[in-house]
Ligand binder design. Structure first.
Ligand code: PMP
Length: 429
């Protein structure tokens, strides 16, 4: 039996209808932007393996640092103890985060980074003796799959079995250019008329899972300003946007208003190991300081601040900040803009949007939305047949490549997209 067959006997995969899914592709090796399958095929990883990879698979620089760390210290309990990789990464990260960020809390994935942020915000008010427990969030957002993270995300098919169990959230529409001012007014109305809102959580500039929905920094600044005027804690979920995806190190670097809490994960280790961090201001942190032990933040995971993950994060951040990598991000961004201009007016394109190294193309479909699932599968398989890994979100295809992608590899994917658009014209999907 090959790897894929052995897997099918015993493994349950994420976000997968196991009854109808195709057999998983067994991957044996990674190299740059490629994942290499057991049959020897090279798959171009155009979504950075669920948005985590920054510098290519099996990156030798990160591998060397992690393997050295592995024989020095693999893990240590992080309550009552600390270690060099955790401290060093925190120092490095704080140096590149907005100035108001002061304290860093470690966890181990994007959902837990969000859980911690929500708990910080709610307990902040609890510790102050103020009853503020509601959360404000954008409609169609995605913040993870644990219960708190699900609660603040879109209430859709991913979450419907759990709706009765999710805590109360006030949802507001994400401001797009056509309705920015109206939505700002209603946001102001809501925040002025509720004195029980603890926090406002948002994916800055790009709602990833919603379909790479992009909105302006200027309007987000105004939303944050309104929230702050009402003493609402602002939480930027940069789990997807962080570490260069939007062209700057963080999406919040485009803002003049700075959030009180930032969640990071995914690209944090360059895609090497799971790690999450929640970073906050001194003001948030101070509300937990007390002679009364019960005011502490009672949250922690066994693998909190794992030294190997922190080491991978240090190495990945070093690579990210290097002039070579910054240049690469710029080259990808410019290539995306050029490609956008090329296909913008194609009859099968509804909308193309790009920011930094992300480009999203909304395919025009003449059929009703219920058909979109089929279109998603059609699109997925179209690219998979060409050994390119894309995971369309309904009728939206997007690219989020590792920064090491080469010009020709990117060009091949653009060509495949043009081919797809032409084919769709004939098929009239
Ligand atoms: N927040 C955002 C914005 C995300 O995109 C994701 C994952 N796609 C998460 C949180 C959850 O991260 P994880 O999958 O690591 O739990």
């Amino acid at each position: 039996m090959n790897l894929s067959q052995r897997d099918q006997q015993i493994i349950w995969h994420p976000y997968t209808q196991m009854k109808t899914a195709d057999a998983p592709i067994g991957i044996v090796r990674g190299e740059g932007a490629y994942l290499i399958a057991e049959d020897g095929s090279y798959y171009l990883d155009m979504i950075s393996s669920w948005w985590v990879n920054l510098h290519g698979h099996a990156n030798p620089y990160i591998a060397e640092k992690v393997s050295k760390q592995l024989s020095t210290l693999e893990h240590a309990i992080f309550a009552g103890f600390t270690h060099e990789p955790a401290v060093k990464f925190a120092e490095m990260l704080l140096a590149v985060l907005p100035e108001n960020m002061a304290k860093l809390f470690y966890s181990d994935n994007g959902s837990t980074a969000v859980e911690v942020a929500l708990k910080m915000a709610i307990q902040f008010w609890y510790n102050k003796g103020t009853k503020r427990t509601k959360i404000l969030a954008f409609k169609n957002g995605y913040h993870g799959d644990t219960f708190g993270a699900m609660a603040v995300g879109d209430r859709g098919i991913f979450t419907c079995a759990f709706h009765d169990m999710l805590f109360e959230v006030i949802f507001v529409e994400v401001p797009l250019e056509r309705n920015e001012e109206d939505l700002l007014k209603s946001f102001k109305y809501i925040t002025d008329n509720h004195d029980d809102i603890a926090a406002f959580i948002f994916e800055p500039l790009v709602q990833g899972t919603a379909g790479m929905v992009m909105y302006n920094a200027g309007i987000l600044d105004k939303f944050i300003e309104v929230a702050k005027a009402n003493n609402i804690i602002t939480i930027a979920d940069e789990v997807m946007t962080g570490f260069g995806r939007t062209g700057k190190i963080f999406a919040v670097d485009y803002l003049s208003q700075k959030p009180d809490i930032i969640c990071l994960s995914k690209g944090i280790t360059g895609g090497t190991m799971p790690l999450g961090v929640t970073v906050c201001t001194n003001e948030i942190y101070s509300a937990f300081l007390s002679d009364d032990k019960s005011r502490a933040l009672f949250h922690g995971h066994s693998y909190t601040a794992n030294p190997l993950a922190c080491t991978a994060a240090i190495a990945s951040l070093e690579l990210l900040l290097s002039p070579d990598c910054q240049k690469q991000i710029e080259v990808i961004s410019l290539a995306h803009i050029e490609f956008k201009n090329k296909i913008n007016t194609h009859p099968n394109v509804l909308n193309v949007r790009t920011i930094g190294s992300i480009i999203a193309i909304e395919i025009k479909t003449s059929t009703a939305t219920s058909y979109l699932n089929n279109i998603r599968d059609y699109l997925y398989n179209f690219f998979l047949d060409k050994r390119m890994i894309l995971r369309p979100l309904g009728n939206i295809i997007y690219l989020m490549p590792p920064y090491c992608i080469e010009g020709q590899q990117l060009e091949n994917v653009y060509q495949a997209i043009i081919e797809l658009l032409e084919e769709l014209k004939l098929k009239k999907l």
